[in-house]
Design a protein around this ligand. Structure first.
Ligand code: ADP
Length: 497
């Protein structure tokens, strides 16, 4: 896989996004879990503190509410030590307390009973070491002002969660005490640590799998593009019949495949057209050249009289003129198509222009006894066009009309002005075009013999030139013909506002 390939980029991009999402999600669940575990721990501490506080109150209820009883109760609950003269009266309380103490795992808890006013401990459980006690009491004044407060205390390898819960002694209402309960946080750490290890192991695995499957999917998606590339590299001018097969249904790729196949089809058509065109040119030039060579060969075979030589030279001249016309027409066609600068657009009155053409048409038609008519609005029609090429276009249409109309026929030029458009039709009462030929009349070199065999043969380039000129004027041309009845060519040209 190359680093600048689409496959690589997509893989890296979406693996990175997936990694970000996974890390974010893991962090979120981690903090959520941490919060839940701490809440459970704190609730646990609160329950323990309530047990301690209710045990002290139970002793006080049995022994009376004086200072001695209070001191005894605290000592008894926190350290399970001390005796009392009224031992028999406290046995029942003692039993109940010990049962609860076991149930709450209070023996494992680190307990401290402190005075907020004096900011010191009164009594703490035997497992509470001196440094731990310091940690417990570090902010006793602050804790004392709150209802319940929690903090983390880390002493050596002991990591504790300590809750400070106020205790109000009934005997001295004003004096506030704190019951501080510390529990180990090991369980919380173990669970959180486990979660981290799990994430650290699973995220790379998920990413690895995702990038693998991502690669497979991208490969599948890019397969048609690879197919196109393969086909494209096999396309040569010799074989343009190759097409890409689009087996799958992806809409976008279907467009690409279709566009590519259409491009090859167009290229195929163009190449065929060029090949056919060159063979047509060769063929059109070969006929006159064969005639010239044949005539010259024949003339040189033996001594001839001057009139024979004159005839041969005349034939040569005629054929050379014909060839020159073909070459001139081809040059004009290629200039019309590839050199738009040959056009010189100017504004002029079309009615004046068409009247001139009409005069020329009459002179062309006269020798063949064909009459020419013009129907044109009186009002001036200003258009923007290339006058020289437009004249060439109408004369081509008119000379065809003359050529294909027998003597006694009529040619009618009709000009119709519509908003933004001008329709000019050249209609004749000539031999018409066979229906099977009507689509071919604009093809280069397509021509049929004129009925008057004596006249100059056509090159079949006239209507191609007409079409190119119309196209360059952003116009349109249409033909309508009835075989043996006549033909109408209609040119539509845009008229500026
Ligand atoms: P050319 O006139 O040199 O033969 P064109 O390209 O001008 O070539 O015309 C092509 C062909 O179209 C003609 O050979 C003829 O078959 C047909 N055609 C053109 N104009 C007419 C028309 N007015 N009447 C009948 N056929 C026509």
């Amino acid at each position: 896989m190359k680093f600048n390939s689409i496959r690589f980029k997509i893989s890296v991009f979406y693996t990175a996004i997936l990694a970000l999402i996974l890390v974010f999600y893991t962090a979120l669940t981690y903090y959520n879990l941490r919060h839940t575990l701490y809440r459970d721990l704190d609730n646990n501490i609160l329950v323990k503190a309530q047990e301690v506080s209710s045990a002290i109150n139970s002793y006080l209820a049995v022994l009376g509410n004086d200072q001695r009883a209070f001191d005894f109760a605290v000592r008894r609950v926190i350290r399970l030590e001390g005796t009392h003269p009224n031992q028999d009266r406290i046995e029942e309380v003692e039993r109940a307390w010990l049962a609860k103490r076991d149930k709450q795992n209070l023996a494992e808890a680190y307990i401290n009973f402190a005075s907020v006013d004096r900011a010191e401990e009164i009594l703490s459980s035997a497992n509470l070491t001196e440094p731990m006690l310091k940690g417990f009491l570090s902010d006793i004044a602050v804790a004392g002002r709150k209802a319940v407060s929690y903090k983390d205390v880390n002493i050596g390898s002991y990591q504790l969660r300590v809750g400070s819960i106020p205790f109000y002694h009934n005997y001295k209402k004003r004096q506030v005490y704190l019951i501080q309960i510390g529990v180990l946080r090991n369980k919380v750490f173990a669970i959180l640590y486990g979660r981290l290890i799990f994430a650290a192991l699973t995220i790379p695995l998920i990413l690895l799998l995702a990038s693998f499957f991502g690669g497979v999917i991208t490969n599948r998606v890019l397969k048609p593009i690879m197919d196109i590339t393969k086909v494209a590299s096999n396309v040569t001018y010799k074989d343009l019949s190759i097409r890409v097969k689009s087996q799958r249904g992806e809409e976008e790729l279907k467009y690409l495949v279709n566009a590519f196949n259409e491009m090859i089809s167009r290229l195929d058509k163009s190449f065929k057209y060029i090949a056919e065109f060159s063979s047509n040119v060769a063929h059109e030039l070969k006929t006159p050249l064969t005639i010239i060579r044949g005539e010259a060969d024949l003339a040189l075979m033996q001594e001839r009289d001057p009139r024979e030589y004159q005839r041969v030279l005349k034939v040569t001249l005629e054929e050379a003129e014909g060839m020159l016309k073909i070459v001139d027409d081809l040059l004009l066609l290629s200039r019309l198509e590839y050199e738009p600068s040959v056009f010189n657009f100017e504004s002029f009155d079309f009615t004046v222009f068409i009247n001139e053409i009409y005069g020329q048409a009459r002179r062309m038609a006269e020798p063949n006894s064909i009459s020419v008519k013009l129907s044109c609005p009186d009002k001036p029609i200003v258009i923007k066009a290339d006058m020289v090429h437009l004249r060439r276009m109408f004369l081509n249409l008119l000379s065809n009309a003359v050529k294909f109309t027998p003597a006694g026929g009529t040619i009618t030029i009709t000009v119709r002005h519509e908003p933004k458009q001008l329709h000019v039709s050249v209609a004749d009462t000539g031999i018409g075009i066979r229906p099977e030929h009507i689509d071919k009349v604009y093809d280069r070199f397509f021509h049929t013999d004129s009925p008057d065999k004596a006249g100059p043969g056509g090159t079949g380039l006239g209507l191609s030139i007409v079409q190119s000129i119309v196209k360059m004027h952003q116009g349109d041309i249409s033909v309508e013909s009835h075989f043996r009845q006549g033909t109408v060519f209609t040119v539509t040209l845009p008229v500026p506002d």
